[in-house]
Design a protein around this ligand. Structure first.
Ligand code: ATP
Ligand code: MG
Length: 450
């Protein structure tokens, strides 16, 4: 085993002995341990870092385990048959064990160090690069490797920059992360304005971690967010969608949504929703609220959440407003398809959404129309629709939000629990009442004239 003491940059770390922290090997994924052991056996340095260490220190179950090492991506690929190099700008290595992926990054120098390196290649402190890889091209692609202390400084928040080593199972703290963890503070590493300019997504991450961990944003970390929020306009919709997915599946979407609004960053992710909510009625506002709450509740119960359901709810107020405006404008009959497409298109300017999700959201909306019509002939096909269950949940949400829909939610609940005979009766009853209604309507004008 290679010893910690020989690691360049280690002199800048505070070492925390095993008896002074509660990261236990028994809570680390066996696959992550395997990677750590194999790398150290091969003579490399390897550390658990990021959310894995942070969450274990807080007694939470980490979502995934990230490893930082002085092994280069190419060296990692040689060592692990199941390793794949991904990413172009930042090369990272994914080591796959069945469904679990262990992400390994090579120690990286911070951003401005890269510029210095470009200026003066002879003075650079690049570790683990052979000459073929130390070309200017690689430097321009930001894959400049550094020492562990530099790697710590280029990370986002102090609580995300704690390193765990198998060497006496100690922790390495370069940025005061342990203190911030104790004080429950999200503190950005370095100059906040500079770090947000470098990567505006860090503003979203700060908010997400604060909400998820129940931490507060440290004063200087919080101060520039409102003013710099507009920098998020320069982030690709694809990356913003990734971030949105993390928000949706965080289990704390209610809190994050509130913070996003408070700090004026929400409009760069959910612009159309926030605009629509300004003029939306109570029921629509409540629907969005309930959908957010349900998302967190489902996750707390260990159930899965489908992002398209939440998108369907978030875009619902805007869609309704558009349909109402169409109806009000002379002679135009509201075209549902067009309105649905327009709502989705508008959101796509903010966050990309995979096509399978936009299709599913549209199906939920279309099924609302079918359900509302309650036409005998479409009951079976509505029920057999692959998106029926989501549409039914959506219907219940609308009723819970206060929409008066003729107890259709209850009707569909009964229909689902009924046996074939009961279902046939229910459909027959609909056909009768439907026919009655039609006859009455036809008769009315004549009776009025009598
Ligand atoms: P979680 O996985 O629970 O969402 P995490 O902290 O592990 O949280 P990841 O996105 O998995 O977050 O990233 C792993 C680590 O990489 C982070 O802890 C942080 O140290 C670093 N990191 C990730 N994104 C950034 C970024 N935009 N800027 C700087 N460092 C980052
Ligand atoms: Mg992680």
């Amino acid at each position: 085993m290679i010893h910690l003491e020989v690691l360049p940059g280690i002199e800048n770390a505070t070492l925390i002995d095993r008896d002074r922290h509660q990261v236990s090997r028994s809570n680390i994924s066996p696959n992550a341990l395997k990677v750590l052991y194999k790398l150290t056996a091969a003579g490399f340095h390897a550390y658990l870092v990021g959310g894995g260490v942070r969450d274990l220190l807080l007694g939470l179950q980490p979502k995934d385990f990230d490893i930082a090492s002085n092994a280069t991506p190419e060296e990692l690929r040689k060592l692990f048959r199941n390793a794949r190099i991904i990413g172009r700008r930042f090369k990272i290595v994914h080591i796959r064990y069945g469904r679990e992926i262990i992400e390994v990054t090579t120690f990286r120098a911070p951003h401005d160090a890269q510029n210095q390196i470009a200026d003066d290649i002879s003075r650079r402190k690049i570790r683990g690069l052979d000459s073929a890889h130390s070309s200017a091209g690689m430097i321009l692609r930001d894959n400049v490797y550094g020492d562990i202390d530099e790697d710590a400084l280029r990370r986002d928040f102090t609580v995300n920059a704690l390193y765990y080593t198998l060497d006496k199972f100690r922790l390495l703290d370069f940025t005061g992360g342990m203190d911030d963890l104790k004080r429950k503070k999200i503190r950005i590493i370095g100059d906040p304005v500079e770090r947000y300019r470098e990567d505006p997504v860090r503003m979203l991450r700060a908010i997400r971690f604060a909400a998820k961990l129940g931490f507060t944003l440290e004063r200087d970390t919080k101060a520039p967010i409102d003013e710099l929020a507009h920098l998020l306009e320069s982030i690709s919709p694809a990356r913003l969608f990734d971030e949105t997915l993390k928000i949706i599946t965080s289990g704390h979407v209610v809190k994050i949504f509130a913070l996003l609004r408070k700090f004026n960053v929400g409009k760069y992710l959910f612009g159309p929703t926030l605009t629509a909510l300004k003029t939306a009625g109570d029921t629509e506002r409540k629907l969005v609220d309930l959908a957010l709450h349900n998302t967190d509740k489902r996750l707390a119960e260990g159930k899965s959440v489908t992002p398209y359901f939440l998108f369907a709810a978030l875009l619902w107020p805007g869609l309704r407003q558009q349909l109402a405006a169409d109806r009000a404008s002379q002679n135009s009959c509201p075209n549902f398809q067009q309105a649905a497409n327009a709502s989705l298109r508008e959101q796509l300017d903010y966050t990309a959404i995979p096509k399978r999700f936009t299709i599913a959201a549209k199906e939920i909306w279309e099924l609302q129309l079918r359900i509302e019509k309650h036409n005998r002939r479409s009951i079976e096909s509505t029920f057999g629709h692959p998106r029926f269950r989501a549409a039914y949940d959506f219907l219940l949400l609308r009723e819970e939000a206060g929409e008066q829909l003729n107890s259709l939610g209850q009707w569909w609940t009964d229909f689902q629990i009924g046996d074939t005979k009961r279902r046939t009766e229910m459909i027959a009853a609909v056909s009768k009442s439907g026919a009655k209604r039609q006859r009455r309507r036809k008769r009315k004008p004549s009776s009025n004239t009598e």
